[in-house]
Design a protein around this ligand. Structure first.
Ligand SMILES: [Zn+2]
Ligand SMILES: [Zn+2]
Length: 296
């Protein structure tokens, strides 16, 4: 098939827009949509110092590439990369993220669960199995990322979540009946570095294509411990449904956004944890998890 905008060979067909696009016109289309999301949410403002959360995988690597290529020349915005090393032998290697950060000319910082918590995900799996390790890892990673980003003076944390990730999360929360998570506050909270997700409007396969077109050397594998049964089911179901109704994922993300806007009043219920000082609800999940593994 030929590109709709020129006569070159198309590299992608966007089912929801009906467009076949070549490499060049796909890249223009992709970047325009991410920039539109940034403008709409005012995610990048003069004076911002933005920490890009880098795993070294395709989403976060593509995000760093996108941000530095589109905004890197601005003198009033700074970028740097943070890689959290969860301690997963044979999988997480901060050197992968470090090389990509170096290729984009941004400062790179890495911090490990082992140094920050004296605990690795390998140890969590060894003691608790891999059924809970994903949620424990997620809590501890967010906790550490927020602290390190704040200590490094970040005004925003940029996350590589794509449309599929976000649509799946919204649907999972619906299926679990988890209203709290659906109306999670977006209002600013003391000590919590605001998160931005420029790729939440872009389908996973387009982020993957963008990464492959513009970068090399990123981590292609998923985490060996991640077998979240609910997410896998929701992913299959959503992809199947979305094939027949191509606007579905966009609709779910929009629903999630609108529900989160209703939740602004919950923000005041966050307070500083007595143990670690990070913003948390009644019980600090990170401290709770760390207590479980004390004196291991
Ligand atoms: Zn074209
Ligand atoms: Zn705490």
């Amino acid at each position: 098939m030929k590109c709709r905008k020129c006569s070159r060979e198309a590299v992608i067909f966007q089912q929801y827009s009906g467009l076949h696009l070549c490499e060049r016109h796909f890249t223009i289309n992709f970047e325009a949509r991410a920039k539109r999301a940034i403008r709409k949410h005012q995610w990048i403002q003069p004076g911002d110092r933005i920490a890009v959360a880098m795993s070294g995988g395709k989403d976060s690597s593509a995000l760093l590439y996108f941000l530095t290529s589109q905004f890197g020349a601005r003198r009033d915005v700074e970028f740097f990369a943070i890689c959290i090393d969860e301690g997963i032998a044979g999988y997480r290697d901060p050197a992968v993220a470090e090389r990509i950060a170096a290729s984009r000319g941004v400062p790179f910082y890495t911090v490990s669960f082992a140094d920050a918590y004296g605990l690795t995900v390998d140890e969590i799996v060894e003691r608790r199995g891999d059924a809970v390790s994903c949620s424990y890892c997620g809590v501890l990673r967010r906790h550490l990322l927020n602290r390190i980003a704040r200590e490094l003076g970040a005004t925003k944390i940029a996350l590589g979540f794509n449309l599929d990730d976000d649509a799946q999360s919204v649907l999972m929360n619906v299926l679990r009946g988890d209203l709290d998570r659906l109306v999670r506050p977006t209002a600013p909270v003391e000590g919590l570095v605001p998160r931005i997700r420029p790729f939440r409007v872009l389908p996973e396969r387009e982020v993957a294509l963008y990464a492959h077109l513009h970068l090399s050397g990123f981590e292609e594998e998923g985490c060996p411990y991640s077998h979240n049964a609910l997410r896998a089911d929701v992913r299959t179901m959503l992809n199947d449904y979305n094939y027949r109704h191509p606007a579905t994922k966009f609709a779910l993300v929009r629903l999630g956004e609108e529900l989160a806007n209703l939740g602004g009043s919950i923000a005041s219920s966050l307070h500083a944890c007595e143990e670690c000082g990070e913003p948390c609800t009644d019980v600090c999940r990170a401290c709770q998890i760390l207590r479980e593994f004390e004196g291991k």
